[in-house]
Write a protein that binds this ligand. Structure first.
Ligand code: SME
Length: 164
């Protein structure tokens, strides 16, 4: 695996993602440990894209009930558990689709882990057709995510599904 992440100097996020995604693929090649891979992916995303907060919530059993539990992340400390259908992450899990939220204050039930978070994108990764985890990315700017982020972060989710 590559030990140095090459950072694009471009201010264009398409160029930054194009430099990043193949490196994520190389980073996880030959490693099967889920926590190790998610940790490096969170770090690579944060280093390359300068996200305010980026991390994973994993679907886990708790006394016979499933909930999202905080996994590897980069950024300020965050809420540890999210119930099914709650917040943007819980909605992504329930709806089984990408949630693009330009203004978190306008999303009913948004869970504010940080009052600095203004916009958000959450994407699901699947195992056996069920959501196994979500990737949550937060920005301290309004309207900071678009279809470009959805496109390239979806590629990352498909890479993640290979080791789930
Ligand atoms: N805002 C998320 C909660 C997770 S934190 O942003 C890290 C939500 O509404 O699900």
């Amino acid at each position: 695996m590559a030990e140095v992440l090459i950072l694009s100097q471009s201010t264009d996020k398409v160029e930054r993602y194009k430099t990043l995604v193949p490196q994520i693929e190389a980073l996880i090649a030959g490693e099967t440990d889920v926590v190790a891979n998610l940790s490096n992916i969170a770090a690579a995303l944060r280093q390359s894209m300068n996200f305010f907060w980026v991390g994973f919530y994993l679907v886990k059993n708790n006394a016979g009930r499933q909930e999202l539990v905080l996994g590897p992340f980069q950024g300020p400390i965050a809420c540890t558990r999210i119930a099914f259908a709650k917040g943007v992450c819980g909605a992504c899990w329930k709806e089984k689709k990408v949630m693009l939220v330009p203004n978190v204050d306008e999303f009913p039930g948004h869970i504010a882990c940080s009052s600095d978070s203004k916009s958000e994108i959450v994407l699901p990764a699947f195992k056996n057709n069920e959501v196994a985890l979500v990737l949550d990315v937060d920005s301290d700017q309004l309207n900071d995510f678009d279809k470009t982020d959805e496109h390239y972060l979806s590629q990352v989710m498909r890479l993640i599904e290979k080791f789930l």
